[in-house]
Design a protein around this ligand. Structure first.
Ligand code: ATP
Ligand code: MG
Length: 445
């Protein structure tokens, strides 16, 4: 009986998710099947449970949801007891706010008890549980995000989300000003959804977002970065960033770099099939210096990957006259970060900037780069007249201990000196190295 029911559901999932992308199909269906299993379990115990928010929106848009959230009348403890019976691994993600994460293998679903706002302060809400899907929908941000779908595929739509999906419109649920003042993150979320889905923004929603844009100052760095990176990664980033620029938001977020409309265009012009590299290249356009990145609440990996682009831009941008050695160095710096960003990526980046005639702006000689990128490769580490062993031997003879991380950094400094023409022979190289080893505080390496 059960197997039959699941078979049917799987078929529906297949249709909704689109045939032909078999690899993704496997994954998305295991995610969806898991969420469906959870809904069935909760309903078998007399609770109501439905898919909620982003996954319903994505399915109606014909896109593949990357995760499935469940909304339920069951209280968090009831969710835990009920799902314990189907051997879900349970994580009380935000239990006081009503959210439990249920994991099985690689499948993850978030189950949230229906909620009503008791009070809000522009950053976070105090909530109470409710039995009403409509009340829960009324506290969601946009009409397109406020829908639910039951396990049979029936959509519950209290605020005309379907109509807005059909018309491709992003509109706040309720009165825009009031909704933004409850949580200023919604200003950034508005532009984020424009960037991801290409929505046109309903007039009063857009004007309220522009008027209240300043409110984002009060938000935590983590929440801001999370929305900003999704905005930068979107397929419609240009429209979103131009709107944000018009609202003074790019300046509020990125300072002087964000005031420059050329950077808005340059960031959006960078395309890459790898979503992460896409993000790093776009973000780097707004961070002209290392320092400008320092205050952002991002992961160490994100910071270092963005930095590999930033460094290249800084080198290229700072040379008043185009200097090929510097370009070679910049390229090598990019490679030297052990980043997945290689010279080819940087070249493509340059190309996308070229198309917008902002190469001058970055002082980038793209043609030269294209011709020489390959020949720059052999200049890399192996070809340096001083090798790693010699480096370690020298350190040992000077009785200086160098850690693994320091070795990499030492090498980077040595290598850049070589490309910049500060030393060429092995003897000179070892002399430079000796100075570096003797002078360097460990943390400077
Ligand atoms: P994505 O597919 O990118 O995850 P999403 O719509 O699922 O998009 P989430 O940030 O995961 O976005 O939020 C899930 C749902 O929770 C949203 O669809 C929306 O209904 C609601 N939501 C999230 N954050 C807010 C907020 N700050 N204000 C109001 N509703 C919100
Ligand atoms: Mg989501």
């Amino acid at each position: 009986m059960k197997a039959k029911k699941q078979g049917k559901i799987t078929e529906a999932g297949f249709e909704l998710c689109g045939v032909g992308r078999h690899h993704r199909y496997m994954e998305e269906n295991s995610q969806k099947r898991w969420a469906l299993r959870i809904i069935e379990q909760l309903e078998s115990e007399g609770f109501k449970a439905r898919f909620a928010g982003g996954c319903v929106r994505d399915e109606l848009l014909g896109k593949t949801p990357h995760d499935y959230d469940v909304a339920t009348t069951a209280k968090p403890e009831q969710v835990q007891t009920s799902l314990g019976k189907i051997k879900a691994k349970l994580i009380p993600t935000g239990i006081e706010h009503g959210t439990v994460t249920a994991v099985r293998g690689k499948s993850v679903a978030e189950i949230t008890t229906l909620r009503a706002d008791v009070s809000t302060d522009g950053r976070r809400a105090t909530v109470a549980f409710t039995d009403s899907f409509e009340v829960d929908a009324s506290r969601r941000d946009f009409t397109v995000n406020s829908m639910y779908m039951d396990r049979h595929g029936k959509v519950f739509d209290y605020f005309n989300g379907k109509k807005d999906i059909a018309a491709n419109i992003l509109r706040f649920v309720g009165e825009p000003e009031k909704r933004i003042k409850e949580d200023y993150l919604r200003v950034l979320r508005l532009f984020r959804f424009v960037s991801q889905h290409g929505f046109a923004v309903e007039a009063s929603s857009l004007s309220a977002a522009k008027e209240l844009a300043k409110g984002i100052d009060s938000l935590s760095g983590e929440r801001v970065w999370s929305e900003v990176k999704k905005t930068l990664s979107g397929n419609h980033a240009l429209i979103a960033l131009e709107l944000m620029h018009g609202a003074g938001l790019t300046a509020a977020l990125f300072g002087v770099a964000g005031e420059d409309p050329k950077r808005v265009a340059a960031a959006s012009a960078w395309k890459h099939e790898n979503k992460e590299i896409l993000l790093w290249g776009r973000a780097a356009v707004f961070f002209p210096t290392k320092q400008s990145l320092a205050t952002w609440k991002m992961s160490a990996k994100e910071r270092s990957e963005i930095l590999s682009f930033v460094d290249s831009v800084a080198w290229l941008g700072n040379s008043a006259e185009f200097d090929r050695k510097k370009l070679g160095f910049a390229l090598d710096e990019t490679l030297g970060f052990e980043s997945v960003v290689g010279s080819l990526d940087l070249m493509k980046w340059a190309e996308s900037l070229d198309r917008l005639e902002v190469v001058q702006f970055l002082h980038l000689d793209f043609e030269w780069l294209k011709q020489n990128a390959k020949s720059l490769e052999p200049l890399r580490v192996k070809q340096l007249p001083v090798n790693g062993n010699e480096m370690l031997e020298l350190a040992e003879s000077l009785e200086i201990k160098v850690k693994g991380k320091s070795i990499g950094n030492l090498f980077r400094i040595l290598r850049s000196g070589y490309y910049m023409g500060h030393w060429q022979s092995k003897i000179d190289g070892l002399r430079v190295l000796k100075t570096l080893l003797e002078d360097g505080e460990d943390e400077t390496f």
